[in-house]
Design a protein around this ligand. Structure first.
Ligand code: ADP
Length: 334
């Protein structure tokens, strides 16, 4: 699988527990969300009540799960972790909700992928701390109300816009997570290096940060690969040169593009003069499915301002030519 994917692989899951900041003040970056959340939590503590439900929106790997655990830790409350796809029937949700203890935090990842009936049950639970358990079938079915202890729902979604408004409106607070700035990722790398006992100098951390696509999960993963290289081929110290050479081996370039990203860009520039070219033609040229090009490679290329999607097809930007060290063709003179 891709080294630069933002979703967690098996190895990530094993080490992430060790790398997660435990308290709000250890959480790096996301200043605005952190300040807003800190106010929500302090106010709740002052009132001695469970805080409003919290929605965290943003791409994978930016720290939504981490923040939900921090919320629970700051409230001194237990946490239950589940996800939208895991809740296919309203009954699954009823079972979870009815087993919550007072003040517990329920983290619901990918909340936009819950089934409709579960979603409707959640409305009532969020608002009135109650679920209606349906007993029986057909005309004889009756709804038995079941009181729930007050709890705090922390929902996570890749895009808040995907949520139906009635669900979105039931959150007291929405935190929008942004991609991290390079300086913030450097701090993430330094912190993780400390926890993993990796010796690294500031330039080494900067090199890894610059290739991490604004995403702490990727920064942590690249750090582990660079550590392997530093330990096997050298004395273990991570410098700029070691980091760059290690990531060259793994085909992650200076800007965080991997083999597929570069193949797409190279085809666009070298075979189609920078475009415009249709998606399917571009995909055939790199030997991939159109879907893979569109969903796996393009989002980051667009975000980086290297590629544009236009009605006439895919077009490379001036930055793309520059990044690959190529000269754009001169426009023909009239
Ligand atoms: P998400 O739930 O948004 O996919 P996670 O909370 O699982 O992301 O975070 C992925 C990894 O990145 C974790 O190992 C976590 O330790 C690390 N991480 C995320 N945000 C931060 C941060 N602000 N500071 C330090 N590490 C972070």
């Amino acid at each position: 699988d891709r080294l630069v994917t933002a979703s967690a692989d098996g190895e990530d899951q094993a080490v992430e527990a060790a790398l997660r900041p435990k308290l709000l003040e250890e959480f790096i970056g996301q200043e605005r969300v952190r300040e807003q959340l800190s106010l929500v939590l302090q106010a709740a503590r002052k009132r001695g009540a469970a805080p409003d439900h919290v929605l965290l929106s943003g791409p994978p790997g930016l720290g939504k799960t981490t923040l939900s655990m921090i919320i629970a830790a700051e409230l001194n409350a237990p946490i239950r972790i589940t996800s939208g796809p895991a809740i296919q029937h309203a009954g699954d949700l009823a079972a979870i909700l009815s087993s919550l203890t007072e003040g517990e935090v329920l983290f619901l990842d990918e909340i936009h992928r819950m089934s409709r009936p579960a979603e409707e049950m959640l409305y009532l639970a969020m608002e009135d701390f109650r679920v209606d358990v349906i007993v029986g079938k057909g005309p004889g079915a009756t709804a038995i109300p079941l009181e729930l202890p007050p709890f705090t729902l922390v929902g996570a979604t890749t895009r808040a816009g995907l949520l139906p408004p009635p669900l979105r409106d039931r959150f007291g607070f929405t935190g929008h997570m942004e991609f991290y700035a390079p300086a913030e990722l450097e701090r993430v790398v330094h912190r993780s290096a400390g926890l993993l006992d990796v010796e690294i100098d500031p330039a080494g951390a900067a090199e890894i940060a610059g290739r991490s696509r604004g995403t702490p999960r990727i920064a942590n993963r690249l750090l582990r690969r660079v550590r392997d290289f530093a330990q096997v081929r050298h004395d273990g110290l991570v410098t700029r040169e070691i980091a760059a050479r290690a990531l060259e081996v793994y085909e992650v370039d200076a800007r965080g593009l991997d083999r597929l990203d570069r193949a797409v860009l190279e085809a666009l520039l070298k075979l189609f003069g920078g475009g415009p070219v249709g998606l399917s033609t571009l995909a055939v040229a790199v030997g991939e499915e159109a879907e893979t090009v569109e969903e796996v490679a393009e989002p980051f290329l667009v975000r980086e301002g290297l590629l544009a999607r236009t009605p006439r097809g895919r077009v490379a930007t001036a930055a793309a030519w520059q990044h690959l060290g190529l000269t754009p063709p001169q426009p023909a003179r009239a």
